[in-house]
Design a protein around this ligand. Structure first.
Ligand code: NI
Length: 184
């Protein structure tokens, strides 16, 4: 396995629409996912989209660690998932703000409004369909990663750029927040 170079904001691969994965069970897709997992864990992060490693395909990986979940989200922990050609559908009108970071926007954190409750679907690496409902942090990570497939970085989703800050200054914004190491 190989740690891949992560594209940073400004690189054109992060701005284009990624192409569908023709065959999720192809050996080269498995190899790519193994390299993406190693890259994500090295960073460290909790999600990574293929365009972030200069591969313009509709493929994301993510995990939702139990320790990242807020009150009432206990059921939302997710083991590492690889998802090809994902589709997201909001379930209900509610959105909620939350802090995000991105491995392609190193050193920064920002408050982004996301759908609270979604359904997402796509193909796993065995070619089988995955369909899940998600809330809270789980829903947020999936929305963040899938935005990468459409050339969208989280600052483009922000409504209030006064809440775009360096992570070293987060304590001024959220005095009691523990510093989160994980970014997407
Ligand atoms: Ni990201």
């Amino acid at each position: 396995m190989t740690i891949l170079k992560i594209a940073r904001m400004g690189h054109p691969v992060l701005r284009r629409r990624a192409e569908p994965v023709p065959d999720p069970s192809a050996p080269e897709i498995h190899r790519l996912v193994l390299d993406m997992i190693e890259t994500m864990e090295d960073a460290p992060g909790i999600g990574l989209a293929a365009p972030q490693v200069h591969i313009p395909l509709r493929l994301v990986i993510f995990r939702v660690p139990a320790e990242r979940l807020g009150p009432g989200e206990e059921g939302e922990a997710q083991a590492l998932t690889a998802l090809c050609n994902p589709v997201i559908e909001p379930l209900g009108p509610d959105t909620e703000p939350g802090w995000e970071g991105c491995l392609s926007v190193p050193g920064l954190r920002g408050v982004v409004e996301r759908w609270t409750h979604i359904r997402y679907s796509g193909l796993g690496l065995d070619g089988r369909r995955i369909e899940r409902e998600a809330r809270g942090m789980h829903a947020r990570v999936v929305q963040h990663e899938c935005d990468h497939l459409d050339g969208i970085l989280y600052p483009q989703r922000m409504r209030d750029l006064t809440k775009l800050v360096f992570e070293s200054e987060m304590r001024h914004m959220v005095p009691d927040a523990r510093v989160r190491e994980d970014v997407e």
